[in-house]
Design a protein around this ligand. Structure first.
Ligand code: GLY
Ligand code: MN
Ligand code: MN
Length: 439
């Protein structure tokens, strides 16, 4: 459960950024059909979870800043208690319990959503809602707005301006509170321990999905709700497929295995990648290429601190990465020219990293006023350079078909950063030693 004081602070901060006489609406997630009459495992909408701490589908949170005599208030709608539904589908919190958990001023049944929504919106001039997200809630909102507009002569007033709630809420979510930082440390710790476990477990003859299962086992045993995204276990050439999730091949002795996996803990994602030899020992070409990626990642990490931007770190990274590719004969030419011409893009085609939080690719703008956003204490981001050499690449044969990525989760602090995933070995010696220990 999210502490009530934390939820209060989040809603108060949101209200502080809303214009006077406004209202914000945040709908919950809905269950999604998997096949016929069964559903995917429910995952709450991140914004609703962030603001309400309620993990049930179909709810709605309405946040109302102070207006005239009316104090600031939050009104939550949740599914009503229902004996039959609860026997078949599971317990519901009901209004009393939900009110307590969310720490809201008022809680109502979703049965009354339609007419209470009209009441709550009436007279508010500005409405904040996630624009462009065509959720199940859109028809409810359209209906309430039409009713208010039709009721003009009776003195009703529909909001005149609609603002994108995402801009406010997602920029707020970008800076993690001390509570969030602690939860993310835990999400990252569980993810890191699962990677260590996988390294010790890996050997030739196993299947990629068996290594993935080992990771998921650790997540579950540690109280994580599951993987924060589709686990990637790609051996050999599969490591060159960035979002490889079929995890269906058998591990071969001379291959590398790339694992990109992270636990979701109390809604927050870990996101770690390690690449290591199935045999427990890097071959010479693997070792050489691995060192380039590791040094490129270290170069990016070295510049991270408040005020620095992601493109600054990307530049530091590519400088080392391209120099390394030239040294190995994979790229030919002058490093600066190769960087300027983006000659490395066929081998490093993705960005350096992304914000991390309730969503693995977390919300929040990467640019402010058309310029890269400077890092601030409390931001969490990944740093994940990679080199992927296609099997038909025009380069020394020894490197063809190798894919390597190294990814850590970084909390920006007052004077630098904290690596939340540092306990998974990434030096060649560290990886080989841990794998030996597992044998
Ligand atoms: N696992 C997705 C990513 O690393 O961005
Ligand atoms: Mn990842
Ligand atoms: Mn990532």
């Amino acid at each position: 459960m999210i502490p009530v004081a934390e939820l209060h602070a989040r809603r108060t901060k949101l209200v502080q950024h809303m214009v006077p006489n406004s209202v914000a609406i945040i709908p919950a997630g809905r269950e999604v059909v998997r096949s016929n009459d069964t559903h995917y495992s429910f995952r709450q909408n991140s914004d609703y979870w962030y603001c309400s701490g309620i993990n049930e589908p179909d709810g709605v949170l309405v946040v109302l800043p102070k207006q005239g005599e009316l104090p600031e208030q939050s009104v939550l709608f949740v599914l009503p208690r229902d004996q039959q539904a609860e026997i078949w589908h599971g317990r519901r919190l009901g209004c009393d319990m939900a009110k307590e958990i969310a720490g809201v001023d008022r809680c109502e049944s979703t049965d009354d959503l339609e007419y209470l929504l009209v009441e709550l919106l009436d007279g508010r001039s500005d409405l904040y809602i996630a624009q462009g997200d065509d959720t199940w809630f859109s028809p409810y909102l359209a209906e309430a707005l039409s009713e208010l507009r039709a009721g003009k002569r009776q003195g009703m007033q529909a909001p005149e301006r609609i603002h994108d709630l995402n801009t406010l809420l997602h920029n707020q979510r970008l800076i993690k509170s001390p509570y969030e930082q602690e939860v993310m440390r835990q999400a990252c710790k569980i993810s890191a321990d699962a990677h260590r476990r996988a390294m010790k477990f890996t050997q030739a003859g196993l299947y990629e999905y068996q290594v993935a299962a080992e990771i998921h086992h650790e997540f579950a045993m540690r109280g994580a709700s599951g993987p924060a995204y589709g686990t990637i276990c790609g051996s050999g050439e599969n490591a060159c497929i960035l979002h490889y999730t079929s995890n269906s091949d058998q591990l071969k002795q001379g291959d590398l295995l790339l694992i990109d996996a992270g636990a979701e803990y109390l809604g927050y994602a870990g996101d770690i990648t390690r690449t290591f030899p199935v045999s427990g020992t890097f071959t010479e070409p693997q070792r050489k290429l691995y060192k380039v990626v590791l040094q490129a990642q270290e170069a990016a990490l070295a510049v991270l601190k408040p005020g620095v931007t992601l493109p600054d770190a990307y530049r530091a990274c590519t400088q080392v990465l391209v120099a390394g590719l030239v040294e190995l004969g994979i790229l030919v030419g002058d490093t600066d020219t190769l960087i300027k011409n983006l000659a490395f893009r066929p081998y490093f085609m993705h960005g350096l990293g992304h914000w991390l939080g309730l969503d693995v690719h977390d919300m929040g703008n990467y640019q402010v006023n058309g310029k890269p956003r400077p890092l601030e204490p409390g931001m969490v981001l990944t740093v994940e350079p990679g080199i992927y050499i296609p099997i038909n690449a025009d380069c020394p044969v020894a490197y063809r078909g190798i894919g390597i990525r190294i990814e850590d989760d970084i909390l920006i602090t007052e004077h630098g950063y904290e690596n939340l995933t540092a306990t998974v070995p990434k030096s060649i010696e560290g990886i080989e030693a841990l794998m030996r220990a597992g044998r």
